[in-house]
Design a protein around this ligand. Structure first.
Ligand SMILES: Nc1ncnc2c1ncn2[C@@H]1O[C@H](COP(=O)(O)OP(=O)(O)OP(=O)(O)O)[C@@H](O)[C@H]1O
Ligand SMILES: O=P(O)(O)OC[C@H]1O[C@H](OP(=O)(O)OP(=O)(O)O)[C@H](O)[C@@H]1O
Length: 302
């Protein structure tokens, strides 16, 4: 391999900006994929692996990967469906970030209360394929055809302004916290899709020789994702309470139980989901656990 060229390297597409960018950089750092991105440069050679990173718009990544021009990529599940690339890419890993919903939204103060009231009217969106499929089914269910069908119009951004500008009766857009939607005086009346960031590869890879490297990178990224999701919970408890304790902290395979010097007491150590930590600690306190400690994970392979 020529160390100064992309020839022979695995091409790995990363969103060049936007909501997924920072999280992707953390994933790459956690997987020890080392690179330096010079200003405005969209192709970047990795120093410690035969990989080149290609920084692309998130919406273009499914087609690049699906057509085999790029071997691996990170993007949103939503844009894979929007690009109609679900048959051409394999979703290797769910990455646990970029979580949001694609929702139908209408003015809060307006007359439209249900999605059926919006059918046949004007909908503005950046997701014309997904919105088109959604309203296509709804129109068919309601017997709306020809001119009576819902009019879907594409805009590239600031979708939330369309109703206030008189361009639309409703919109289809992404919602995470709901702040954008509320600030625009809108509320959601239906969910088209739940989405999150995913690691994808081509369903029919152009470079099968790269499969071992793809597996290695996938396993590293899976470790980083698991480390961000789990923590270690360690506590002391009297031996007779062990059955109740392991019901609360069963671990991934099984909890580790070690005897303490003090007669009748054990130490329990177990992986727990971070989002459940407060509830788990409450439950452990109730059954008499003591010295409950939570340790974060820098990285792991599980
Ligand atoms: N508010 C959000 N919360 C979580 N994930 C989101 C959010 N908005 C978008 N995403 C995810 O990130 C992907 C890219 O969206 P983003 O708005 O960052 O796109 P972009 O158009 O490339 O960037 P920019 O908005 O800077 O132009 C979306 O397809 C979706 O999967
Ligand atoms: O529910 P919220 O937390 O407010 O997030 C939703 C907003 O996030 C995305 O846009 P983004 O802010 O990425 O910018 P964009 O409109 O330029 O795509 C999306 O298009 C919504 O507008």
């Amino acid at each position: 391999m020529n160390t100064d060229s992309i020839d022979g390297r695995l091409l790995f597409a990363i969103p060049k900006k936007g909501r997924l960018y920072d999280k992707c950089l953390s994933i790459l750092a956690g997987a020890d994929i080392q690179f330096r991105r010079n200003d405005r440069l969209d192709v970047c050679l990795v120093k410690n692996h035969p990989i080149a990173l290609v920084f692309l718009p998130a919406a273009d990544i499914p087609s690049f990967v699906g057509q085999g021009n790029v071997d691996l990529g990170i993007t949103g599940h939503d844009v894979i469906l929007e690009a109609k690339m679900q048959e051409h890419v394999t979703q290797v890993l769910h990455l646990g970030f970029g979580k949001c919903k694609l929702q139908v939204q209408v003015p809060e103060a307006g007359p439209i209360k249900h999605v059926q009231d919006l059918a046949g009217k004007r909908v503005v969106t950046s997701f014309e394929v997904l919105a088109g499929e959604y309203f296509g089914k709804l129109d068919a269910d309601l017997g709306l055809d020809g001119e009576k069908q819902t009019h879907i119009e594409y805009v590239g951004g600031s979708v939330e302004a369309a109703c206030a500008l008189g361009l639309a009766d409703g919109i289809v857009d992404l919602v995470e916290s709901g702040d954008t939607m509320r600030a625009a005086g809108l509320h959601a009346i239906a969910t088209v899709l739940d989405t999150e960031a995913v690691l994808i590869k081509s369903t029919v890879p152009k470079h099968p020789a790269l499969d071992p490297l793809i597996s290695q990178i996938t396993s590293r990224i899976a470790g980083v994702v698991a480390a961000s999701k789990y923590a270690i919970c360690q506590y002391n408890i009297s031996r007779d309470k062990v059955p109740e304790a392991v019901a609360i902290t069963p671990g991934r395979r099984a909890a580790t139980i070690a005897p303490l010097e003090e007669e009748g007491w054990v130490e329990v150590s177990s992986m727990v989901e971070k989002k459940k930590i407060a509830d788990i600690m409450d439950e452990l306190m109730k059954i008499g656990a003591e010295d409950i400690l939570i340790f974060g994970l820098d990285n792991c392979r599980v």
